[in-house]
Design a binder for this molecule. Structure first.
Ligand code: BES
Ligand code: ZN
Ligand code: ZN
Length: 488
């Protein structure tokens, strides 16, 4: 999808949209922009019960000269928040993308919103337009998206500057969605790393470790998960040095497919586990966004990449592995593999870069979905200040989180009779004991937060700025956290 800004409407055929605040008829503005057709559009919108509610769209065919023009009113709701504009952009695209129209012109002329808000609307539109049709070879022309260009008219000065950053973030979201959508025969540890090589062109420094190096470093927990797969594990580090500050690390769970291993999952729905690398996908997409908009921050993104398979060499329930930290783990359930991958990735990033802030993202527990459904990810942290910063950025970005408690009583539940800890606790509080497990690998003086995003990376239904499927959750959150708390 191409997005451009213009002073006046182009010639020729296109769908024409006007953003509109709730409860405001905007009569004068419409008349000045649409001339004779304005009355008809208003009447038709009223007949369709359009009241300008956020995300609502009225669609009208209005005569224009000898022909007819598709006109859309895009509701913004009350107030004046970025999210309302994103939602309106998303709703317009959802309406027009398959309609046969190639161009959507969104006319801001005379609208009281700022140029930045116009860019926000374009951003919502672009995010909502993302789809991945590479494996659909038999689509009829009418099943393919027709829309290929959005023209924002009359946004005024500053829209394009705002757009440059937003476009970079949208590119990051798109990259995450692509990684998450690809099936596990296409995206596995090595090919995940391969797709991330393009970040080099943006100035991101890339480091990759394979099984030999990881063995030398003593990453027995991560390698134990990988040993049942034909796909060799990778640890991928992406560094964006946009400032001289101390770096902050984001660490993603990248289980490119999670069968459960020997503790194998039931067949029904197992295909979902191709997106068990959503944390790593978010980290990679966020690095693309940060580098793309040249963020003035020093950030390290680490992805622990493995495939969790059952074979003759797979680890068994009851096996004891030694992590890079030196702590030993009794693997009670091979399906609780994400924490085994994260613990070594987190130890590595602390030892290698001396980071004092670590934030991990992981599709870690099914219990998270039981707790929060698909509306919030879970947040766990050893530091209230960091937790508050993340929560505020989460809210502002639209990638929402809800904080959970932690504590010694939960921690005790993962003590093991044979090793330093076991990889699962009792049935209840499963997301919290998973977080307590990871916390045992956070070094003294390091601020840490864990985001359990199991319910957020894949959507069964379309949302405001995504279609059903991969949401790209986490990219906007990381970007916003960096912008709010590390830059400037
Ligand atoms: N990847 C899963 C968690 C998951 C489940 C994410 C469903 C998204 C949807 C994770 O590796 C897992 O299997 N966790 C187990 C932990 C249990 C064995 C303690 C789970 O949640 O059942
Ligand atoms: Zn699992
Ligand atoms: Zn998993």
């Amino acid at each position: 999808m191409n997005v451009r800004f213009a002073d006046r409407r182009p010639e020729g055929a296109y769908a024409l949209a006007f953003p509109q605040q709730a409860g405001q008829a905007d009569s004068d503005r419409l008349t000045s922009l649409l001339g004779d057709g304005a009355g008809l559009v208003r009447q038709a919108a009223t007949a369709a019960r359009f009241e300008g509610e956020a995300g609502s769209v009225a669609e009208v065919f209005a005569p224009e000269g000898a022909g007819v023009r598709r006109v859309l009113l895009a509701g913004l709701g009350d107030g004046d928040q970025d999210a309302q504009y994103e939602r309106a952009g998303g709703a317009l695209v959802a309406k027009v993308q398959m309609s046969g129209e190639k161009t959507l012109v969104i006319d801001f002329t005379g609208h009281k919103g700022t140029a930045e808000r116009a860019a926000r609307l374009a951003y919502g539109a672009l995010l909502r337009s993302w789809r991945y049709d590479v494996y659909r070879t038999k689509l009829k022309p009418s099943q393919k998206p027709s829309l290929d260009e959005i023209v924002i008219v009359g946004a005024g000065e500053g829209a394009e500057a705002a757009w440059t950053s937003l476009k970079a973030i949208a590119d990051g979201v798109a990259f995450t969605r692509e990684l998450v959508t690809e099936p596990a025969n296409i995206i596995y540890p090595e090919s995940f790393v391969e797709r991330c090589q393009k970040l080099k062109e943006l100035g991101v420094e890339i480091t990759v470790l394979g099984p030999e190096e990881m063995t030398k470093l003593g990453m027995g927990a991560l390698l134990g998960v990988a040993q049942g797969s034909r796909r060799p594990a990778r640890l991928l580090a992406m560094r964006w040095k946009g400032s001289d500050a101390e770096p902050v690390a984001f660490v993603g769970k990248g289980v490119t497919f999670d069968t459960g291993g020997i503790s194998i999952k039931p067949a029904a729905g197992m295909e979902d586990m191709k997106w068990d690398m959503g944390g790593a996908g978010a980290v990679a997409g966020a690095m693309l966004a940060l580098a793309g908009r040249k963020a003035k921050a020093h950030v390290i993104g680490v992805c622990g990449l493995v495939e969790n398979m059952p074979d003759g060499n797979a680890q068994r329930p009851g096996d004891v592995v030694t992590s890079m930290s030196g702590q030993t783990i009794e693997v009670i359930n091979t399906d609780a593999e994400g924490r085994l991958v994260l613990c070594d990735a987190i130890t590595w990033v602390q030892k290698t870069y001396g980071v004092k802030t670590v934030i991990d993202l992981a599709t870690l527990t099914g219990a998270m979905i039981i707790s929060l459904g698909h509306e919030h990810g879970g947040l766990f942290s050893n530091d209230d200040g960091l937790a508050d910063k993340i929560l505020s950025s989460a809210k502002a970005s639209g990638d929402t989180l809800w904080r959970f408690p932690m504590g010694d009583a939960y921690d005790k539940l993962i003590d093991s009779p044979i090793a330093d800890m076991k990889n699962v606790g009792p049935r209840y509080g499963g997301s919290i004991t998973a977080a307590q497990f990871i916390k045992r690998f956070v070094e003294d003086g390091v601020k840490w937060a864990h985001l359990d995003i199991a319910g957020m990376v894949w959507a069964a239904k379309p949302g405001a700025t995504w279609d059903k499927g991969a949401t790209g959750f986490g990219v906007r959150l990381i970007d916003r956290f960096v912008a709010d708390h590390l830059e400037g």
